[in-house]
Ligand binder design. Structure first.
Ligand code: FUB
Length: 333
């Protein structure tokens, strides 16, 4: 299969692909030209609503856009920047978990509920208690437990939640870089800031526990370092293949999609390699899903818009595994 653009007539990004009722649904962010100035915190990503698209034949089939499923105006606690989202089903209800900024400029995760995968979704009045940062991926394990992987650096604010004091307790001394802002530029040889994972409550409305770090180890069993171009930055995704847990993510400023394998949803995960080399556009973001016996990688790039960062278009192509369970690198032609 050649890589296929999905819906290039509107700018969608950050695809979260899920199979519900025999159809493949993709929940993206909805990019548009808001005229906001570019900055390193992603201030130009001013998304204000979500759509959902579906298809029954990924390679050639028609793509249905169901229109708007949630608007920031409907969400009491959120002011702006509806970034990545994902949907999970439980007991016939569909829970859209999304990231947006509150009226103090702080990212949280919110929940909106629907009776159908195509919505409409009704938001909760408040964000999830204790939630922070961006890019939720909701993963339902075979035992029915639901986990949310989340977090993103720089504009995603994840670094705000790891204080230098806490890091010092973990044996990481940032030295002169020890304040919230400059922690981003931590010495290359300290462990990289990890993504977070949390089990969700039975009603899928709240965190059921304090979030855990998602540790990615190198082949020697050491956490990937801040200076490693393959370390976590944002865009977590979790899928299961042959009983193993595959944690995949974007490396942000080095622009790769990478993955690591573990034995349980919390990890640790052992780094395996690159899934996708940098695409056109600063960001790279993906999801991996099995549909009708084939595996697919959904991602985005900026080729149709020719924009440098934020007017992105969805793309999909097949994903293949080697016999040992490693993923074959995808070529983005
Ligand atoms: O879409 C806004 C942000 O760009 C996402 O949250 C990141 O993952 C990156 O794709």
């Amino acid at each position: 299969m050649k890589p296929r653009y999905l819906y290039p007539s509107d700018y969608y990004a950050d695809p979260s692909a899920n199979v519900f009722n025999g159809k493949l649904f993709v929940y993206p962010s909805h990019d548009w030209e808001a005229g906001a100035a570019f900055d390193d915190d992603g201030g130009h990503f001013q998304m204000k609503d979500y759509h959902v698209i579906s298809m029954e034949d990924v390679e050639n089939g028609e793509v249905t856009d169901y229109g708007k499923i949630l608007d920031v105006e409907q969400v009491a606690w959120a002011e702006k920047q509806m970034w990545d989202n994902d949907v999970v089903e439980k007991d016939g209800k569909y829970f859209l978990i999304f990231s947006a900024k509150d009226y103090n400029g702080v990212f949280h995760l919110g929940v909106a509920v629907a009776d159908k995968p195509e919505g409409p979704f009704i938001p909760q009045e408040q964000p999830m208690r204790g939630s922070y940062s961006i890019d939720p991926c909701v993963f339902k394990d075979d035992d029915g437990q639901i986990y949310c992987y989340f977090g993103g650096l720089w504009g995603g604010q994840l670094q705000w939640y790891k204080s230098p004091k806490q890091l010092l307790k973990e044996g990481i001394d940032l030295g002169p870089a020890a304040d919230k802002k400059t922690q981003l530029f931590a010495p290359a040889d300290v462990p990289a800031l990890p993504s977070s994972v949390v089990r969700l409550s039975d009603d899928v409305m709240q965190f059921a526990e304090a979030p855990h770090d998602v540790i990615v180890l190198d082949k020697d069993g050491q956490p990937l370092k801040a200076g490693d171009p393959h370390r976590f930055f944002e865009a977590s995704w979790m899928h299961k293949y042959n009983g193993k847990y595959y944690f995949s993510y974007s490396t942000g400023d080095s622009h790769f999609l990478c993955y690591a394998i573990g034995d349980n949803p919390y990890g640790p995960f052992t780094y395996q390699g690159i899934i996708l080399d940098p695409v056109v556009g600063w960001t790279t973001h993906h999801s991996i899903v099995e549909y009708k016996g084939e595996w697919f990688l959904f991602y985005h790039d900026c080729v149709p818009s020719n924009d440098i960062t934020h007017l992105r278009s969805l793309k999909v192509q097949r994903l293949f595994y080697n016999e040992d369970g490693t993923i074959q690198k995808v070529v983005n032609e």
